[in-house]
Design a protein around this ligand. Sequence first.
Ligand SMILES: Cc1c2[nH]c(c1CCC(=O)O)Cc1[nH]c(c(CCC(=O)O)c1C)Cc1[nH]c(c(CCC(=O)O)c1C)Cc1[nH]c(c(C)c1CCC(=O)O)C2
Length: 357
Amino acid sequence: MALNRNFPALKNDRILKAALGEKPDKTPIWVMRQAGRYLPEFLQYRKEHSFFEICQNPEHASEVTLMPLRRFELDAAIIFSDILVIPQALGMEVEMRAGVGPVLPEPLTLDKAATLSANGTAQKLEYVGHAINLTRHKLEGKVPLFGFSGAPWTLMGYMIEGGGSKTYSKAKKWLYAFPEESHALINTLTEVIIDYLVMQIEYGAQIVQIFDSNAEYLNKQLYATFCLPYLKRISQDVRTKLKEKNLQEVPMVLFAKGGWYCLEELADLGYEVLGIDWTVEPKFVRNILKNKNITIQGNLDPSALYASKADLENYIKTMLEEFGNGRYIANLGHGIYPDAPIDSVQTFVDTVHNFDG
Ligand SMILES: Cc1c2[nH]c(c1CCC(=O)O)Cc1[nH]c(c(CCC(=O)O)c1C)Cc1[nH]c(c(CCC(=O)O)c1C)Cc1[nH]c(c(C)c1CCC(=O)O)C2
């Protein structure tokens, strides 16, 4: 498949403007996990195609990416894929089990970890690049397209636990008992992530987000040792490599779920946007970050979408007022749940766009 970098002109740059600290005409909004199971058309699609079949086939991946855009006036698209394509490209088996979630039947051992190499791994993910390239053209410049990756610690967690976990204690055991091996694994993942993001941007991603969904299981000391330096390297090396390839930089978003214990440090890693989960008060975030040059994204509780329309509108308006004008992208504080009422997503989008605080 040929790479076509002759892209249509972008018509809606609200998110890019907000990310770069410029003032958009309206507050931008997108929804984490917007291309997913709360959409009946996605569930229908999943009856005919397996999860990874959709990820690996650019036609399927772009079709699912566009589904939420056909329903709602969202200000961005996010490419349909998963954070676990990286462990998969590193040679691990990953299954998406209905009602269970991701399962890695052979979790990572210390011996196996010693054999992992970043070499050639990002290239195995070129199919994501092809999906991005096709989707960027199909979008016809309507909104910017997000690329994404899991953060090293979150990926390490799934690889060692063999799936999701309530405590991530097996992965945390590595941090305490095998720090050298942990650093080596995180280093390998960091190298893959850097090349993977550069590839996504080369193929057409206009903004990228790092999901550190499992930041909440660590503390400041562990995060400072095993996460912050690597997240900084990702933002720096992606930009350096883009320059080397004569490619334009794109805004980078860091979402460290539950990372309230090091908000200030997260704001100093070279990302334009910091994603915030719903457990932190907007005023608290704004106050801590008042001297930082950074845009905030978030943070409506995904469960607020179950509230009545009137209550939901109030929750959204309060959030918008508290975050204040400028340097803000509206979103949920984590991914949308599978049983979220579709009408509530419409209310979320309309309330944000009609707010002129
Ligand atoms: C931790 C994580 C994963 N995947 C992801 C994260 C980080 C974000 C977060 O914390 O929610 C990221 C992700 N996963 C998916 C996307 C696609 C784009 C989007 O709409 O955001 C993105 C950005 C599709 C998906 N990834 C998955 C589905 C549903 C699986 C199916 O269709 O059978 C989708 C649409 C499966 C998945 N994949 C993962 C889990 C835990 C699960 C099962 C539970 C769930 O759905 O949330 C790992």
